[in-house]
Design a protein around this ligand. Structure first.
Ligand code: ADP
Ligand code: ZN
Ligand code: ZN
Length: 733
């Protein structure tokens, strides 16, 4: 008997599946995509089962309208991993699948290489280059861009050049388009290039041998100080994998994926490398995905979502800077790519290497307890010198846009020697608030309970929580005074102050505002490397993984906020940031110096970091966490609710609390904290509440949540609030 019914997981926020009849449009496969009618729309879903039985009455059954795939979208183990993600993160399977699909496959596109369209100049077009263009500015721009060779269509889209401009030029016969299939090259005979490799030091050699000598699954923490040669270890681990005809997946933090990173892999290996990140357009992303699946790529380097890439034969997973916050997705499927990567390696029975100079405490604890292998690189590799670290007590000192006189003097000393200086300030904009000097009123976003950040260059106020923008206020909305002043210092202000203090040196600012457009970060990093600027101003974006050989002074301008935060992870994050930032100094043959401005030089965290090292700090904090029953010694899940009506959001969580506490497995090893208002009590007009569930054990957390969730879904309030469960939450705001 042929099955007549396909059970389909759809990208909807419901924990259920939908049955459709199999029509003469074709027989679907389990794990393949189909298009089905859903309400008034058509959705792309994944078939999870073919069957004869359905509980849906005949008259309500609809038919599949299109079968998109003749074979499953994912290999079996990846499909299983996604089912695991759906269960572990308590997220509907259909939407979990949707999260893992490249954008093009969420639509009806075929799971085959996309053709990329290219434009180039014709002979006639080349002749035009000599002549003046008149008023057609955009057309002139296109012609100029094409002068040096063919350009992909998407590049013009990114440059905000409309199709009409291209069409006009095409009609004149000056440019033509051409479709090209992906540029996949066959796998070469020799996987490594003949580039010269450094002689490994003993610790590197031991690390490599340990991973290589093992069989099957194993999780390795490569715990190595900044610049100790972790990347060199990755490269050496990938070679034998490629030689066996297998592939490698390298996950990097969002900001770590720079041309330098890719270049290091590309110059070492002859195999094609696919790069996956959020800046790709749909076709590029699809092609990278397919290159991995069909083994035309040997290595995939990608950010968080690359963990869901299918491979022909995956041989190793590497997670660089495994402590990085960007591995956790903060909405929809709230997964942690490092944790999913470990699960994936386990299912595929292959090794996984987690690299960091500042491992997450969860990871470190697993290494200390022997669950992971602990590999250590304790020295900086190659020709690097050490750094000196000092705190600068700024109590009572006058600060010029956040800079104390001793720091300014120190900067001058380094700059005069022809070196670069890196200033670290984790606050974007000109100032974090605007205040009335007469009455103290502060300009506040009307949709969030947060102050507006002031941007002087654009004369705007922007809310960093909901993204709303407004023209700057010139008058107090409370007393009418026109004496409105800025409060605090952001990177934009620092930048303009520096041009006054150091007119003879050039400064460059790197933060999310200055690198919003595609390619901006890359070109900024490139110009820093060329030495075009001497002073680098950055938020935490600059702290990660970049090598700046000429930076000899790194200063952290304002760290006090991190010392007194209510978030139990704040000290861990600060220690990571500090260690990473400090690692930017003294990379080449020049000795480095790290200065830390603070009002609390005696703070134990600072003293610990200055005199000990990250490992020492981590051990202390792990002891504290153990006594407080916090992760990694306990399991946490954060349940959030949001509604226009604050009381409703709270009431819903109270009911959730009752549901959870009445669970038969809920015992005295479990605890519910809250509901309490979230630290950001209002965002984009919604009141926010949260509640923490804590259990001693992972399995128990899973059982309780899994059986409580369906009950919660039947609560009438659950339909009126927006709520979510965040397993292993990172962001508690
Ligand atoms: P990490 O990834 O730990 O920050 P890298 O692998 O980038 O460190 O190494 C830092 C620098 O040291 C790089 O320039 C690298 O080429 C160099 N390096 C790494 N291992 C060695 C070695 N064994 N001998 C000499 N230089 C090395
Ligand atoms: Zn807002
Ligand atoms: Zn006022």
């Amino acid at each position: 008997m042929l099955p007549t019914i396909a059970r389909v997981a759809l990208p909807v926020p419901l924990d259920k599946y939908f049955d459709y009849t199999i029509s003469n449009e074709g027989i679907p496969v389990v794990g393949g995509r189909v298009v089905v009618p859903f309400g008034r729309q058509f959705l792309v879903g994944i078939v999870i089962e073919l069957t004869d039985n359905t509980e849906v009455e005949q008259q309500y059954l609809k038919a599949i309208s299109q079968v998109l795939d003749q074979s499953p979208v994912w290999p079996k183990k990846l499909y299983e991993l996604l089912s695991w993600c759906s269960q572990y993160y308590l997220h509907p399977l259909g939407d979990t699948f949707n999260n893992a699909l490249p954008g093009a496959l969420r639509k009806k596109r075929a799971a085959q290489l996309a053709t990329l369209k290219q434009w180039r100049l014709t002979e006639l077009g080349r002749e035009q280059l000599m002549l003046p263009f008149g008023r057609a500015v955009k057309q002139a721009k296109v012609m100029k861009m094409l002068e040096s060779g063919p350009i992909e269509h998407q590049t013009f889209v990114d440059a905000e050049i409309g199709a009409s401009v291209l069409k006009a030029l095409q009609d004149k016969g000056w440019i033509v388009s051409q479709d090209i299939k992906s540029n996949a090259k066959p796998w070469p005979q020799s996987v490594e290039s003949d580039q010269e490799k450094p002689v490994l030091n003993q610790e590197q050699a031991i690390a490599i041998a340990t991973v290589n000598s093992a069989q099957g699954f194993g999780c390795y923490l490569l715990d190595g100080v900044t610049g100790s040669g972790k990347t060199e270890v990755y490269l050496n681990l990938i070679t034998p994998v490629l030689n066996k005809g297998q592939q490698a997946l390298v996950l990097v933090p969002e900001i770590g994926l720079t041309p330098q990173t890719i270049q290091r892999f590309a110059s070492r290996f002859n195999v094609p490398i696919a790069v996956i990140h959020s800046g790709l357009n749909e076709s590029e992303r699809l092609n990278a995905w397919i290159a991995a699946r069909d083994k035309s790529a040997g290595i995939v380097i990608g950010t968080r979502s690359a963990i869901f890439t299918p491979f022909h034969h995956l041989g190793i997973v590497i997670v660089d800077e495994e402590h990085d916050g960007s591995y956790k997705q903060q909405d929809t499927l709230r997964y942690h790519a490092r944790d999913v990567a470990i699960m994936r390696a386990h299912k595929e029975n292959i090794p996984i290497v987690l690299g960091s100079a500042t491992p997450a405490l969860e990871t470190l604890q697993n290494a200390l307890s022997g669950k992971y292998h602990h590999l250590q690189l304790t020295h900086r590799a190659g020709n690097v010198s050490s750094t000196s670290n000092q705190v600068l007590d700024i109590k009572g000192l006058y600060l010029e846009s956040g800079l104390s006189a001793p720091l300014i003097a120190e900067m001058r000393r380094h700059l005069e020697k022809g070196n670069q200086v890196l200033l670290f300030l984790n606050r974007r904009g000109f100032s974090p608030a605007l205040m009335c000097h007469e009455c103290g009123w502060l300009a506040e976003c009307s949709r969030c309970d947060r102050y507006y950040t002031y941007y002087q260059n654009s004369r705007e106020m922007c809310c960093h929580h909901c993204g709303s923008r407004k023209p700057v206020v010139h008058q107090c909305q409370s007393c009418g005074s026109s004496h409105v002043v800025t409060v605090g210092v952001g990177t934009e202000q620092l930048e303009s102050q520096l041009s006054l203090l150091f007119p003879e040196y050039k400064a460059i600012r790197i933060d999310r505002d200055s690198t919003r457009k595609k390619g901006q970060l890359e070109s900024a990093l490139e110009s820093i490397h060329k030495g075009e600027q001497q002073i680098l101003i950055g938020t935490q974006m600059l702290a990660k993984g970049h090598h700046f050989p000429n930076v000899t002074l790194v200063a952290l301008l304002d760290v006090d906020g991190a010392l007194y935060s209510s978030d139990f992870r704040a000290s861990e994050r600060f220690a990571q940031l500090y260690t990473q930032v400090a690692g930017r100094a003294g990379r080449a043959s020049k000795p480095g110096e790290v200065l830390l401005q603070t009002h609390h030089p005696e703070h134990t965290l600072l003293q610990g970091l200055l005199h000990g090292h990250y490992g020492q700090f981590a051990t202390n904090v792990l002891n504290e966490r153990k006594m407080a029953m916090l992760p990694p010694f306990a399991q946490l899940s954060l349940i959030r609710s949001e509604a226009n009506n604050s009381e409703l959001a709270e009431r819903f969580l109270r009911q959730v609390r009752l549901t959870i506490e009445s669970h038969p497995l809920f015992d005295n090893t479990c605890q519910v904290l809250g509901p309490t208002p979230s630290p950001i009590t209002k965002r984009a007009g919604k009141s926010r509440w949260q509640m923490m569930l804590q259990t001693a054990e992972r399995g128990l957390m899973q059982k309780i949540l899994q059986s409580a969730k369906p009950v919660i879904q039947t609560l009438p309030e659950s339909k009126k609030v927006r709520w979510s469960i965040d397993r292993d939450p990172q962001d508690l705001s």
